[in-house]
Structures are given as C-alpha cells and as structure tokens.
Design a protein around this ligand. Structure first.
Ligand SMILES: C[S@@+](CC[C@H](N)C(=O)[O-])C[C@H]1O[C@@H](n2cnc3c(N)ncnc32)[C@H](O)[C@@H]1O
Ligand SMILES: [Zn+2]
Length: 287
C-alpha cells in the first residue's frame, strides 16, 4: 500500500526529531501517532494532510499568496535558476563530503523547488529542511515534493536545536545572522544569494524606467562580520524565455508589486525573448 503524504512526512520528521524544538517553550519534541508534534509542556502541532507542520508561533499574513507561488514554481521549473543551483550544489557537496547524513536548511524556501533540486543532488541520507513564513509557499512545497521536512516558521526564531545544521541556504530572502550562528555547527556553511544590479533588468526597464530599487545594506560586509572565509561569486547570464513564461515571471517578483494591470499588459504585449539573471552567491563558514 502506498503511504499517504502525511505518513511519509511523519516518518522523515521522526527520523530527524532531534533537530526540532518547540517554538513556544524551546523544549524537545516528540511525534505522536504519526500525526502531531508535541513537547513536554504539551504544546501540540498537527501535521497537515500534505505533510507540512506549522511551527510559526502566530499566524502571519504575507504578500506572498498562492498565485504568486504558482507563478514562481512555473518559472523555477523552466531551468531559470539552473546555473545558480549548479554552483550551489558543487559548493555544498565539496564542503559536506566528509559528513554523514548532513542537514541542509533552506531559510525562506518559498515554494521549495530550489531546495528540492539541491537536495536531490546530495548524497543519499542527506536531510533537507525548508521553512518559510508564507504558509502558501510551504503548502505548495509539501504538495509537490516529498522526503523533505517542510515547516511554516519565522527565520527570526527558527524551531530547531542549537548547532543542529550543517549548511544553510538563504536565497533572495532576508537573513538573520544571529539565528544562522545559533543553528550552524562550527564549520557549517552559509550560502546566501542576493540580487546584483542587472537582475531582471528588462523588467526593471518597463516597470521602473530602469531605476535601481533600494537594496539591503551591503550583504557581503554583513556576512563577513559573522562568518569566516567569506567568498563571493557573481553569476550572470541571459535566460531565454520559453513561450508563456513572461507572465508568471512578472507575477512572481516583488519588483512588479504595486504595478497597474495596464502596465503588466503593456509588458506582456511588448514581449521579451530573454531576461538577465545577475546574482551574487555569498559563501561563509561558521566560526
Ligand atoms: C523572493 S522570495 C524567495 C523564495 C525562494 N528562496 C526562491 O528563491 O524562490 C522571499 C521569501 O522570503 C520569505 N520570508 C520573508 N520574511 C521571512 C521570515 N521572517 N521568515 C521566513 N520566511 C520569510 C517570504 O515568505 C518569501 O517566500
Ligand atoms: Zn512547548
């Protein structure tokens, strides 16, 4: 008999139960009846039918909704991010080669495709954990991909034990260095991906007349304050847009939030054959 998604996921979580801690009181957790996580103070968190668990202390509404994550999945499955993911996979497998059953956390995993792709290229037995505060992202991730621990959680207060993680991915998502420090084992690796000036410039030209948006304070300097051996690499390429991909691309990116439907229509009518991907991969090692 084929196991349900919830059961498959319960088994993966059970195998890795030592990673988890209660988001309310920080106590260790146990799995009850393959259906819920419970701590010794009786805080209890049900597994959803699709297998994810909500460990965010309170409900959050974010700007990331279901249609946005559907658009993101369509784009991510098109090969759009392939060169970046290959770069990440090579770095991770190099760094984690000696570690048995390494644990990889994607902090701000969205709809989960990147973590799924990276995890599928790691040695058998590697553990993948994906968290995001947007429930719709985690719902989509857990429906699409099994064999990974998916949880709604805040990356500013992650429900995992100190020193339990071998590598953290943080792709186009906010960082929380205090949490990354706490969770990584000494020698553990952080791989953060941030946009560079050319990222999606063709869309920027339509929606912002080419103007730069405000970026967060220098992410490389920030990472160097917390991590050793900080190395960065800029990954730039032109991605040829397959038919039908421009619309999901426009819908998925915060760049176009707030744009009028008229502007979106204008961009679609104009068409685009390719889009520039310009990202920086920042790699640090925990002291
Ligand atoms: C631009 S998306 C990137 C998603 C994914 N890494 C990708 O590259 O497709 C940014 C993500 O950060 C998540 N996020 C923002 N603040 C967060 C927080 N405090 N805790 C967890 N996730 C957060 C959002 O919900 C969103 O999914
Ligand atoms: Zn508790």
């Amino acid at each position: 008999m084929k196991l349900t998604k919830k059961m498959q996921s319960a088994l993966v979580i059970e195998e890795n139960i030592q990673l988890l801690k209660c988001p309310i009181c920080s106590a260790e957790m146990e799995m009850e009846e393959h259906a819920r996580l419970v701590c010794e103070n009786k805080h209890s968190f049900d597994l959803a039918k699709s297998g994810y668990v909500n460990l965010a202390p309170q409900a959050h509404s974010t700007k990331y909704d279901k249609s946005l994550f559907e658009a993101r999945t369509a784009v991510m499955n098109s090969g759009y991010f392939e060169p970046v993911l290959e770069n990440i996979i090579a770095r991770l497998n190099g760094h984690l080669a000696e570690i048995e059953r390494p644990v990889l956390l994607d902090a701000g995993c969205g709809e989960g495709t990147h973590l799924h792709v990276v995890h599928s290229q790691m040695p058998t037995g590697s553990v993948g954990v994906g968290i995001d505060l947007a429930k719709e992202g985690i719902v989509a991730a857990s429906k699409a991909y099994t064999g990974i621990v998916w949880s709604v959680a805040d990356l500013a207060a992650m429900p995992f034990a100190d020193g339990s993680i071998d590598a953290i991915l943080n792709i186009l998502s906010p960082a929380n260095y205090a949490e990354f420090d706490r969770l990584l084992k000494p020698g553990g690796m952080l791989i953060k991906v941030v946009p560079e000036s050319g990222y999606l410039q063709e869309l920027r030209e339509v929606f912002y007349d080419g103007k730069q948006q405000k970026e967060e304070a220098d992410p490389v300097a920030k990472a160097s304050e917390h991590f050793d051996a900080v190395e960065t690499e800029r990954v730039t390429y032109e991605f040829e847009l397959p038919n039908g991909l421009l619309e999901p691309l426009i819908r998925m990116t915060p760049l176009t939030w707030g744009a009028s439907e008229e502007k979106v229509r204008e961009a679609l009518e104009m068409g685009m054959n390719y889009i520039t991907i310009d990202l920086r991969v920042i790699v640090g090692v925990r002291r």
